[in-house]
Design a protein around this ligand. Structure first.
Ligand SMILES: C[S@@+](CC[C@H](N)C(=O)[O-])C[C@H]1O[C@@H](n2cnc3c(N)ncnc32)[C@H](O)[C@@H]1O
Length: 236
């Protein structure tokens, strides 16, 4: 199995100002492009995330890097209060228009504007890959989740079969940029998407970083053959 250590990843520019600028450019068509790029699979992945998080009515849950709030909506429907937090104001504004009853906060994952242990659980979908320091964000999440609370990370990962890995690489290199050319005015954002997925660590690599940040009971579940993985962990 391929295993990237965090510090051995290909270097992509993750400066927060550049990341926010890139997401501002794609904000209005972000959800449409997501559906196309994942061939509708993202809807299934979001329901699997809710299963892993098992939100209870009355719980307060942080959805970090929530973007337009699409990742938060099914958690809110399950009865929890979701605090959707994202670095990019344009994504938050689109989210607020689409989901007027959800709570949106503009905030940086590296310096969360929340007190220690104030959330029952936290989640992050397709956001961890974009941050400047993964260990620092996992430590911030650890700080804001209460002891006994849960973290679920949903992120692109490494397909488990060699055949699938080969096909998926071709999809990322050829089909995704083509789809971006047709639908999006910002092709650079989608070549960043392909590159950042190809440079990202595998399932075991993320589990190691979670453990180093203090999380326990770490497990992962592969979705769509490992194209995406859900990592679940508990704050001791
Ligand atoms: C691919 S989108 C995911 C949005 C949403 N979670 C979803 O599943 O559709 C990634 C999001 O990460 C946000 N992001 C990137 N760096 C961040 C940071 N340092 N703090 C908070 N959000 C960040 C971006 O603004 C963007 O909205």
């Amino acid at each position: 199995m391929r295993f990237f250590k965090h510090d051995q990843r290909a270097e992509l520019d993750k400066d927060p100002t550049d990341v926010a600028e890139m997401f501002s450019a794609v904000a209005p068509r972000y959800d449409l492009m997501n559906d196309l790029a994942s061939v509708g699979q993202d809807r299934r992945w979001r329901l699997d995330l809710v299963d892993a998080l098992a939100p209870q009515t009355g719980e307060v849950i942080l959805d970090l890097a929530a973007g337009t709030g699409t990742s938060s909506a099914p958690i809110a429907r399950a009865g929890a209060t979701v605090v959707s937090t994202d670095l990019t104001e344009a994504m938050v504004m689109v989210g607020h228009e689409r989901h007027p009853h959800q709570i949106f906060v503009v905030g940086d994952a590296l310096r969360l504007p929340y007190g220690d242990g104030c959330f029952d659980a936290a989640t992050m979908s397709f956001g961890l890959r974009n941050v400047e320091s993964v260990p620092a964000v996992l430590a911030e999440l650890f700080r804001v989740v209460r002891p006994g609370g849960t973290l679920v990370i949903c992120e692109f990962s490494t397909p488990t079969s060699a055949v699938m890995r080969g096909l998926y690489r071709q999809w990322l290199k050829r089909a995704l940029p083509l789809a971006a050319k047709i639908v999006s005015s910002d092709r650079a954002a989608y070549s960043y998407l392909s590159e950042s997925i190809m440079a990202w660590m595998d399932q075991r690599g993320l589990a190691v970083l979670l453990e180093r940040a203090g999380w326990t009971e770490i497990q992962w579940r592969n979705l769509t053959g490992g194209i995406v993985a859900l990592h679940r962990a508990t704050r001791p």
